[in-house]
Design a protein around this ligand. Structure first.
Ligand SMILES: [Cu+2]
Length: 272
């Protein structure tokens, strides 16, 4: 923060000195100063979340999630850059990490995004939004939402003894090179067809990459950024890189697309 301040203060001082020295200024200098001081960073962004009763497509937990993105001074941020094919990515996770949804709210203009979601039960949910204001940094904003309604029995979050799972006809195997905090870590998902047992080579790009991976700590406080290695083909392996910030239990969701269908595998690991 102090570095950023220095970036704003120094050029301003310089310009003031130049102005007093020659009594004129160029538009180039004006532009430079505006660029530096207007750049939107996460500290300068407020996200206001509202959840209201919405339409339900069945289970009765239909809610309308609304987020309003503003600067700290209250002005709306109205332009966003597309990132991984969308203006905003919203992750919805129940407190016990058993429910996961990755959705893309509709942009209503004026910094407002909205989407309907069918929650499985009442209780606490983690809502995580990833977006990038135009002329700003990529950022993540999270909140806890308390939903009315009958709560479900919490599912214990226990590390998996075997990192293998079958989802929608796909056998997903996860290999992690090191489960240690503060180290560069590689996650490799290897996918085979459950029926034929053959490694798949027909993964389709999902959100502009080979897949999408989300990681959250057991307490829901640490959301990890995961990057797919570039230039990966269409399977059977998909490699991602991240760093666990602290030891503890984490849940990993790996999403892939095949036969025009997205499937989500999930694994719980213990990081030392
Ligand atoms: Cu997304």
């Amino acid at each position: 923060m102090s570095k950023r301040l220095l970036f704003i203060v120094l050029p301003t001082l310089l310009l003031a000195m130049m102005l007093s020295a020659c009594g004129s200024q160029t538009s180039w200098e004006d532009e430079k100063i505006a660029e530096v001081s207007n750049r939107i960073d996460a500290d300068n962004v407020n996200t206001i979340w509202t959840i209201a009763d919405g339409q339900s497509s069945g289970t009765g937990g239909g809610k309308l999630i609304r987020l309003e993105i503003k600067k700290q001074d209250g002005t709306a941020i109205d332009r966003f850059d597309i990132n991984h094919e969308k203006l905003l990515h919203l992750i919805v996770i129940s407190k016990d990490l058993s429910y996961f949804n990755h959705i893309h709210p509709e942009y209503k203009g004026n910094g407002v995004f909205e989407i309907q979601n069918d929650f499985p039960a009442g209780g606490e949910y983690r809502l995580i939004a990833d977006f990038k204001p135009a002329d700003g940094d990529s950022m993540t904003k999270m909140t806890w939402a308390q939903l009315d309604g009958k709560t479900a029995q919490p599912v214990p979050v226990k590390p998996d003894s075997k990192l293998e799972q079958v989802v929608q006809g796909n056998r997903v195997q996860l290999t992690i090179d090191r489960l240690a905090a503060n180290q560069d870590t590689k996650l490799q998902f290897s996918i085979a067809d459950e029926r034929t047992n053959r490694p798949v080579t027909d993964l389709q790009p999902y959100l502009g990459a080979i897949g999408h991976v989300v990681i959250l700590s057991e307490d829901g406080e640490r959301y990890l950024h995961v990057h797919a290695e570039e230039g990966q083909g269409s399977g059977p392996d998909a490699v991602f890189e991240t760093q666990f910030p602290k030891s503890g239990i984490y849940k990993i969701w790996g999403q892939f697309r095949r036969n025009n269908e997205v499937f989500t595998s999930s694994f719980v690991v213990n990081v030392s």
